[in-house]
Ligand binder design. Structure first.
Ligand code: ADE
Length: 237
């Protein structure tokens, strides 16, 4: 899977995504991540990429031309005939979630557009964006961190990126449940013992205990999610 990030801060996204699991997946050729510097495409002789908004108001807007030309450059290098999805990361988008990560992981190429300043000229968004996505109801200074968050979540759903193929499915949010608590050595730490059942080697009992704990935890920490879990149980009856 190939990620193409249109940004004014290419080193920020590349530095953030070239380590650990995602970095290794890139080395293995399972993923590629390129950052395209929007400023490289401006036709302004002072390399300007922003200007005042018509009608007045606070701050500057990113202009259409450099973004559009950066986008065309990416598209010209993508071999598929199909137009790739272009995600504009914005607090005005639908809120990102695990199912979205899973479904986006099926794409061959994804383009992310990272905004800055007070936003982007609407006309270029109309022209190129296919999905408006937010990472939550708060406002960040730019789109780079949200794009990195989404790329991380999508990448780990790409087959082969996680060493254990299953673990993307069994953890939090699968079937609307949060993950159960986990323990490693030693068996006792700060006078806290690892639950007996986990030492028993009895797999059916362990699974049962884990499901109970997942339900308990979801009910307590995420009542909204627990409601979804309860409803899906009802529907499957
Ligand atoms: N840009 C600024 N804030 C954002 C958010 N919460 N989600 C996505 N993009 C953003």
């Amino acid at each position: 899977m190939n990620f193409h990030i249109l940004t004014l801060f290419p080193e920020m996204v590349l530095n953030g995504l070239n380590t650990s699991i995602i970095g290794r997946a890139c080395e293995k050729g399972l993923l590629s991540i390129e950052a395209i510097n929007i400023r490289d495409f401006t036709k302004d002789k002072h390399k300007k990429v922003d200007d005042y908004p018509y009608g007045g108001g606070a701050g500057m807007l990113m202009q259409a031309q450099p973004i559009y030309d950066a986008y065309l450059d990416v598209v010209s290098r993508i071999p598929t005939r199909q137009r790739p999805r272009v995600i504009y990361v914005t607090p005005q988008g639908s809120v990102f979630h695990q199912d979205m990560a899973k479904s986006l992981a099926n794409e061959q190429d994804l383009i992310f557009l990272c905004g800055h300043y007070e936003g982007v000229d609407e006309r270029v968004l109309e022209e190129i964006v296919t999905d408006y996505v937010s990472i939550g109801d708060y406002v960040l200074t730019g789109g780079e961190l949200p794009a990195m968050v989404m790329i991380d979540a999508i990448s780990r759903m790409v087959p082969g990126v996680l060493s254990n193929e299953d673990s993307g499915e069994t953890e939090s949010f699968h079937d609307h449940l949060l993950e159960y608590p986990q323990y490693s050595r030693p068996e006792e730490w700060h006078e806290k013992k690892v639950p007996e059942v986990l030492l028993s080697g009895h797999h059916a009992n362990i699974e049962k205990w884990r499901l109970e704990k997942s339900i308990e935890r979801t009910k307590e920490r995420r009542p909204d999610l627990y409601e979804k879990y309860r409803k899906s149980l009802e529907e499957n009856q």
